[in-house]
Design a binder for this molecule. Structure first.
Ligand SMILES: *[C@@H]1O[C@H](CO)[C@@H](O)[C@H](O)[C@H]1NC(C)=O
Ligand SMILES: *[C@@H]1O[C@H](CO)[C@@H](O)[C@H](O)[C@H]1NC(C)=O
Ligand SMILES: *[C@@H]1O[C@H](CO)[C@@H](O)[C@H](O)[C@H]1NC(C)=O
Ligand SMILES: *[C@@H]1O[C@H](CO)[C@@H](O)[C@H](O)[C@H]1NC(C)=O
Ligand SMILES: *[C@@H]1O[C@H](CO)[C@@H](O)[C@H](O)[C@H]1NC(C)=O
Ligand SMILES: *[C@@H]1O[C@H](CO)[C@@H](O)[C@H](O)[C@H]1NC(C)=O
Ligand SMILES: *[C@@H]1O[C@H](CO)[C@@H](O)[C@H](O)[C@H]1NC(C)=O
Length: 210
């Protein structure tokens, strides 16, 4: 009698742990977040347009796109800070632009466009040296938090950037959007794994209590 009792208890315990594990896996899957996809859709430097006589115009026009790839999570963006560099010299920013914080629903995208004034670009030299391609650097720094149902995650920093090549028309050489990527390796993976361990541990504790 005690043998069968023990066996059934074991089976019960085992199935409980299995169920808990599966639940934990599900929770982890539904709590997992994906960073927004940031890309430069348009980039226009009038001074580099060989067919116009706007060589004295020292502005840059850009169109930034922000995509929320999460199926069921909103994103709260902090102030978006954009910094522009003339590629050969990444130590000195030539322009910057901020956009105010906002909320983006799941599966939504947003555009931010602006014409920014530049400073410290040796335009005469740049235009003279221009030979089909001039490279600019765009960096974006912000912080995001995700909205999962009624709950908000902690803020985490998002720093991405990309080189943008501009051709003889003053336009972005590549028609496709240029995705801003992070230079540093992501720590998200570690955090997700840690989260999974925490969830599993909690469930195992619960199992012991019941
Ligand atoms: C370049 O300048 C020409 C002449 O002003 C203009 O027609 C053309 O639209 C400009 N290119 C772009 C990409 O705006
Ligand atoms: C550009 O500026 C220079 C000097 O400031 C001036 O001589 C020239 O006429 C200007 N060109 C145009 C197209 O405005
Ligand atoms: C970048 O620009 C600054 C100021 O214009 C200059 O002092 C520095 O030498 C430049 N660096 C490079 C690598 O061109
Ligand atoms: C960037 O923005 C800050 C603050 O508005 C300003 O002080 C700085 O001069 C800007 N830099 C450039 C290159 O425009
Ligand atoms: C412009 O680029 C072409 C090919 O990319 C090269 O052959 C030529 O020497 C370049 N001219 C200058 C002035 O850099
Ligand atoms: C963006 O720039 C503003 C003003 O310069 C600054 O207060 C804020 O901390 C910056 N945000 C980030 C994420 O760096
Ligand atoms: C520059 O690139 C744009 C596409 O972004 C293209 O439409 C245009 O013809 C290119 N101009 C030159 C001179 O190659």
């Amino acid at each position: 009698m005690s043998d069968s009792g023990c066996a059934s208890c074991c089976r019960c315990c085992f199935s409980f742990i299995l169920t808990s594990g599966l639940t934990a896996l599900f929770m982890w899957l539904s709590l997992r977040t994906t960073n927004p996809i940031c890309s430069i859709q348009d980039f226009y430097v009038p001074a580099l347009n060989k067919t116009s006589n706007s060589q004295n115009t020292t502005t840059i026009y850009f169109n930034l796109k922000l995509d929320n790839p999460n199926k069921d999570k909103g994103i709260y963006y902090d102030t978006l800070n954009l910094t522009f560099y003339y590629a050969p010299n990444k130590t000195f920013p030539i322009a910057n632009q901020s956009f105010s914080s906002f909320y983006q629903g799941h599966h939504k995208n947003a555009h931010r466009t602006e014409t920014v004034a530049t400073r410290g670009v040796p335009w005469k030299e740049v235009v003279a040296a221009e030979n089909g391609s001039t490279v600019f650097r765009v960096d974006l720094v912000t912080a995001v938090r995700f909205k999962i149902l009624a709950w908000k995650t902690k803020k985490h920093r998002l720093a991405v950037g990309a080189d943008v090549e501009v051709n003889n028309s003053g336009e972005k050489a590549n028609k496709k959007g240029i995705r801003l990527g992070s230079g540093a390796p992501e720590r998200r993976c570690h955090r997700a794994r840690l989260g999974l361990v925490v969830v599993v541990f909690t469930f195992l504790n619960l199992a012991l209590f019941i």
